[in-house]
Design a protein around this ligand. Sequence first.
Ligand SMILES: *Cc1c(COP(=O)(O)O)cnc(C)c1O
Length: 374
Amino acid sequence: MTCDFFSFAAPGVRTLQPYQPGKPESELRREYGLDDIVKLASNENPLGPSPQALTAVRGALTDLARYPDGNGFELKTALAAKLEVSMAALTLGNGSNDVLELIARAFLTPEHEAIFSEHAFAVYPLVTQAIGATARIAKAHAPDHVMPHGHDPAALLALINDRTRLMFIANPNNPTGTWLRSAELRNLLEAIPESVIVVVDEAYFEYVGAEADCPNALHWLDHFPNLIVTRTFSKAYGLAGLRVGYAVSHPQVADLLNRVRQPFNVNSLALVAAVAALEDVSHLERSRTVNRVGMQQLQDACRQWDLTWLPSVGNFLCVDVGRPGREVFVKLLQRGVIARPVDNYGLPRYLRISIGAEAENARLIEAMHDVLRG
Ligand SMILES: *Cc1c(COP(=O)(O)O)cnc(C)c1O
């Protein structure tokens, strides 16, 4: 008889529900024998990375036998200058997912609790549970609120107790797209005791337009020593495949995060690509424009179908499809379009659609039209 390895596992790991990624194009090709597939499922940049980032990657290929710079000196130098923070405030990660895990490992124990909202990014429960810490989930805003299903500051605050060590806030949140406005987030931070580390996850920061009043939490780091802001090169910078993200925090917090970090967690291609991507301001500007135009294109189509959506300042739209989102997802797959069902986020009637290039959005719209009529 073989061992029951499940019984050996750490309790949090035993009951862990693995992260469900967007369906890869290659999988759809295999399963359905389709080519000409449009993937709008993982909030990737349809323009891809900056050409300058690709040039930097090619240049770094000759050095692949060498270990990367474990301190990421050049990327930290570039980030510190760009963000106007000290290098000692930075922690680099293998994607910001890695950083979120470092934060959990550095601060949580099985005696502690982490707070986050309903419908928040799925990695927060994962990293909390893997440590054996307790997740406390705050009710989100009601569907008829101006930010339907968005984070509710009062509900988050109400869960704080002596065991609370962490709070995760996605701003804007994925998959809803909703956000806390400047005054709301600022007041929430003011009300949280300093003994609670607050992570403000700004994965979509570069897409946020000024009119949204969605804050740049970096401005508040000096005022709130318990604040950690995380960002990534996976979304607007188009480098999801290389895995690089970072945290900005109090230097003492950064010191702790860097203690639990693997010595070479960010690879050499990612490091040079990220530096080059930061410099290419015009590529980022183009990416923002494509997103703005595509967002309009998709919202116009939704209006024609009489479908509503959640407010979004990211590069995706969470659409109420008026029936099980997974049903629509499967029918779109048959038409070569990959979107994202969000029933696992407690939003069974919604479909999350990433904004693509104009032609990709048109394909999605055509396929949706077909599905909704059929
Ligand atoms: C995509 C995403 C991330 C990070 O992804 P990485 O690729 O690991 O940097 C983090 N938070 C949210 C809310 C996201 O949607």
